[in-house]
Design a protein around this ligand. Structure first.
Ligand SMILES: Nc1ncnc2c1ncn2[C@@H]1O[C@H](COP(=O)(O)OP(=O)(O)OP(=O)(O)O)[C@@H](O)[C@H]1O
Ligand SMILES: [Mg+2]
Length: 415
């Protein structure tokens, strides 16, 4: 075991069970390892908890729960960088941990994207299965399917790219089964007041008793069609349950008559209402949650509309407005300069587009058959039309609204 190293990259859309499944494997695997007599140290770290990707090594050493004295003993020199201590640790150069194997799971690993991708390169490089000195098994989890292709082509060259595991969105029967399983563990208590409120009968039911099967199926079908995001399916059912509980509470407190009825059931109508609310607000919330750089990229679309720079492409028989990645980057650079802001590099920009795509805000289109050329040539200073077409997955009006809420971005549009 001590000589085992290697890496795995787990990808998949939000809510496809990546974190839950890997945690589950970890929970069953770790006790077995511990009983096998091998020394192992495992860390599960969600990289969104880091404010700076560079903190990763300090954080990993912290999570390994070494005491300050142990850490001091491990350092070769007083000022050794955490990265160097970590490398020596996982390559058997620290005597007291020579026989230890390390399992590091980095969830939301796309947060470690950095200049030249040095951090990701080094981490995956350290877990190279071909290295005889490495004792590090690394699992990276993120949404994008091609993060390692896009960010780490050098790993392929070195022949130490991670194995890939893609999680597909859940299908209707999976979603139904998981929701039912979860609801079986939800306890719903209702107080049905006895005469004059003197005695109270507590009715305890499981979540499944208070939700119609057809309602669960409807929820599963709608969510599977939209995203396959199990988190959303569970949320919708719980919200519908809450609505029914609250309505029941209100009607009990306003009615003087005694009632020993259990809770009324969640019906298809409740689910439809909650879904309408959820879908009504998601785009707005998604856009609000974006950071400044991401909003700046979207501002390029608003400007493209104003300056008539859109091209038209057809995808699946639907005509859509598009800009190319080159046009977008060029426009982005211009806007950054107008706003006197430092611009991110082209590769960081590509990653940023990837994040916006994963969030369902835009789509990087594979197809290149253009219906018409740019309607206004030369508007972008020329030379900017190469690259992959990018289309919006949300209404331009919604983007305009979100961008307008930021005074700096608004001034760039009005400029
Ligand atoms: N097979 C499963 N059985 C039971 N619950 C599950 C299963 N898969 C996912 N879930 C639940 O669905 C929710 C979303 O799953 P999870 O957090 O694993 O998604 P994810 O793929 O990691 O999403 P993200 O990319 O947003 O991090 C969680 O509440 C999780 O417990
Ligand atoms: Mg996750």
């Amino acid at each position: 075991m001590a000589s085992k190293s290697g890496s795995l990259y787990v990808s998949g859309n939000p809510g496809t069970g990546k974190t839950a499944s890997i945690m589950n494997v970890l929970e069953t695997y770790i006790p077995k390892l511990e009983n096998s007599g091998h020394d192992t140290i495992h860390v599960f770290l969600n990289c969104t908890t880091l404010t700076d990707a560079k903190q990763i090594y300090t954080k990993l050493l912290e999570e390994m729960e070494f005491t300050a004295d142990e850490l001091e003993d491990m350092r070769e020199t007083e000022n050794e960088k955490p990265e160097d201590t970590f490398i020596r640790l996982v390559t058997g150069q620290i005597e007291q941990e020579q026989d230890t194997a390390f399992l590091v799971i980095l969830d939301e690993i796309d947060n470690l994207v950095s200049r030249n991708q040095e951090i990701l390169y080094r981490l995956f490089g350290m877990a190279d299965g071909g290295r005889t000195d490495s004792r590090l098994a690394l699992v990276g989890i993120a949404n994008a399917l091609d993060l390692t292709d896009r960010i780490l082509p050098r790993l392929q060259v070195r022949g130490c790219e991670p194995e890939l595991l893609n999680f597909r969105p859940y299908k209707v029967p999976d979603i139904v089964a998981i929701i039912k399983d979860r609801l079986a563990g939800v306890k719903v208590e209702t107080n049905s007041q006895g005469d004059g409120g003197q005695s109270a009968n507590v009715v305890v039911q499981t979540g499944n008793d208070v939700i119609q099967s057809t309602a669960i199926e409807m929820c599963a079908r709608k969510v599977a069609a939209a995203s396959g995001d199990l988190r959303q399916a569970l949320d919708v059912c719980l919200q519908a349950l809450e609505v029914v509980c609250n309505t029941a509470k209100k009607s009990k407190s306003s009615s003087s008559s005694s009632s020993k009825d259990a809770l009324p059931k969640v019906t298809v109508m409740h689910i439809v209402k909650v879904l309408a609310q959820v879908n009504g607000s998601t785009t707005d919330q998604k856009l609000k949650a974006l950071n400044f750089q991401q909003k700046l990229v979207l501002t390029c679309f608003v400007i493209a509309e104003k300056e008539q720079q859109f091209q038209k492409i057809t995808t699946n028989g639907v005509v859509k407005k598009s800009l190319t990645t080159n046009q977008l980057y060029q426009q982005y650079i211009e806007l950054s300069s107008d706003a006197s802001l430092p611009a991110i590099s082209r590769s960081e920009f590509t990653d940023l587009l990837g994040v916006l795509e994963v969030n369902g805000i835009l789509a990087l289109e594979k197809q290149k058959s253009l219906l018409s050329r740019r309607s206004k040539t030369g508007a972008n200073g020329g030379g900017g039309s190469g690259g992959q077409p990018v289309t919006l997955s949300v209404q331009l009006g919604e983007i305009h609204k979100a961008v307008d809420e930021n005074p700096i971005l608004k001034s760039l549009i009005d400029y």
